[in-house]
Design a protein around this ligand. Structure first.
Ligand code: ATP
Length: 517
């Protein structure tokens, strides 16, 4: 998709999400609050279903994974130990003309991406020219133009890394100027100095200012798991390897937040820390990479929208890391992170708390600090991935148009709509009887207003996989029309068979059975 089309697609999704009660800007009557959003009546349904899918696939399907729900506020030393107080920073830079704020590292990375695209173009051209005999590796290592581009990239990367490591912000600014990087919005190259900016929100605990102490809103849920490692291990009598899962809010004072719910200041994470024996972490890392991709694909989402991005520059505490990237309307971007975090976090908490956070292995008669594999996915990003990839505009055979969310049925906020064809002749009463049969197990909607075609369109727009239409024949033989959202096919089904039929399509069992756990 060209950039313009991508922007249009994102705009369409944002307005659809608002029009149909999925996502609203926060406190909109006061013109909203930057990068903070509220989920509406349908959004909360979709979000809760994503949570349920994640939670059950972790906690219910794994004997050795348990869940917790830790508080958002934590002892401030937690964030000293985790490194967030000292290092959870982004280098920011402002453009003096447009007054727009950017992350200096992102500006430089985007510049590098542009050079990489030039290399790709050269390769594509050559591949076309040489046909089957084309050898990409050989071309990369010999073509003078490509070599020059690559040399440029390496030099920029090297200077960028050194600048970041030494916090030499003057040189980062100099680099931005030397590369001629312009504000993507205004084209201006009039930059301020680069400054460090800590992303944690701080507040005060205690009612009087003098006695109050500074605490933070957690920037990730993971630390709530680490500090509870021993509590859970002991009370749950957990044996290594085992995992602790958690879903909860996290807060980051993001510098740039212009991509709808992709980058929010208040968001939700679904994180699982898997504790393993040192030395076995890379095998577990590979296994979790595979299992997490499988979790996404089991929903029936298009595999072409997913890819792994292996990290080459590893954080100091990680010995392997990758992202699962998703093809969002803005292009491929991080949806989920999978990290092999070694024993960094538990060791740091041991050091700062003075408590031993170790596991005693009775088979080896040995005590050790476990290594950790983390899987961390943003719930809101998953929501956007599902919403954006299932949003479909269709022209039907009769020339009419419909907008349909082809949500995986297990995630759809409303599973079945019950629609009396006309609002008389006993059909409403019969419809409500059917509703009573179904509502204890499925989220249903009853709708009698407008022509049936319009009611189908409304359900299509919120992704309801099934519509049950009650008509005069129902009164005679106790059958209804079951209409399927994607194919728009209709079949006649006995009321007595409805529950089982719907259940087979919208409950998680079949999706879970696709997972290798
Ligand atoms: P990014 O590089 O995009 O800022 P990150 O690498 O800082 O993300 P992690 O710290 O690995 O992100 O967080 C784990 C997951 O939490 C991410 O994969 C993402 O899905 C989600 N996440 C992180 N920051 C945000 C945010 N501001 N808004 C929504 N989701 C977020």
């Amino acid at each position: 998709m060209a950039n313009n089309d991508k922007e249009n697609m994102l705009k369409k999704i944002i307005s659809h999400a608002k029009e149909y009660g999925f996502v609203f800007p926060s406190s909109e009557i006061y013109d909203g609050l930057g990068a903070v959003y509220d989920y509406g009546q349908n959004g909360v349904g979709l979000k809760n279903n994503i949570k349920e899918y994640w939670w059950k696939s972790m906690v219910q399907l794994h004997e050795n994974i348990v869940g917790i729900d830790a508080a958002i506020f934590m002892h401030p030393t937690t964030w000293k130990a985790s490194g967030h107080v000292d290092a959870f920073n982004d280098p920011l830079i402002d453009n003096k003309d447009s007054k727009k704020r950017y992350r200096a590292d992102v500006l430089i990375e985007e510049h590098i991406t542009k050079i990489e695209q030039k290399i790709k173009k050269e390769i594509a051209k050559a591949a076309k020219r040489f046909g089957d005999s084309f050898d990409e590796n050989q071309f990369r290592s010999t073509n003078p133009r490509v070599l020059q581009y690559q040399e440029n990239i390496d030099a920029i990367n090297q200077r960028f890394k050194t600048g970041m490591a030494n916090e030499d912000f003057a040189d980062l600014k100099a680099l931005i100027e030397e590369l001629g990087i312009a504000d993507p919005v205004s084209g201006s190259k009039n930059w301020t100095d680069v400054r460090q900016f800590n992303l944690m929100f701080a507040t005060e605990l205690g009612s009087v200012a003098e006695g109050a102490s500074k605490i933070y809103l957690r920037p990730e849920t993971a630390q709530g798991i680490f500090v509870n490692f021993l509590n859970v291990q002991k009370t749950g009598r957990m044996k290594i390897p085992f995992g602790i899962a958690q879903i909860g809010k996290a807060f980051r004072n993001e510098i740039i937040a212009r991509q709808f719910i992709f980058r929010m200041r208040e968001f939700e994470q679904m994180e699982m820390q898997f504790f393993v024996k040192p030395g076995e972490e890379l095998t577990w890392y590979e296994s979790w990479k595979e299992r997490r991709l499988e979790w996404h694909l089991a929903l029936g989402l298009d595999p072409a929208n997913f890819r792994f991005h292996d990290h080459l520059n590893l954080a100091h505490y990680a010995n392997a890391a990758c992202d699962i990237e998703f093809n969002f309307p803005m292009g491929f971007k991080e949806l989920e992170g999978i990290h092999s975090r070694t024993d960094f976090d538990l060791k740091a908490h041991e050091e700062y708390s003075g408590k031993k956070l170790q596991f005693f292995d009775p088979r080896e008669n040995k005590r050790y600090v476990p290594y950790v594999i983390e899987t961390s996915i943003g719930l809101d990003r998953m929501f956007l991935a599902v919403l954006s990839s299932t949003y479909t505009e269709e022209v039907l055979e009769d020339g009419s148009e419909r907008t349909v969310l082809k949500l995986p049925p297990v995630l759809a906020p409303v599973k079945v709509a019950i629609l009396p064809l006309v609002n008389k002749d006993g059909l409403p009463e019969k419809s409500r009887e059917i509703l009573d049969l179904l509502k204890y197990d499925f989220n249903c909607q009853y709708d009698f207003k407008d022509a049936i075609g319009r009611r189908y369109r409304r359900q299509d727009a919120i992704g309801t996989p099934l519509c049950v239409t009650v008509d005069s024949q129902t009164m005679v033989d106790d059958t209804v029309t079951l209409r399927h959202r994607d194919s728009m096919e209709q079949e006649r089904v006995a009321v007595a068979a409805l529950h089982a039929k719907i259940g087979g399509l919208v409950t998680f069992s079949k999706t879970f059975q696709r997972l290798h756990v």
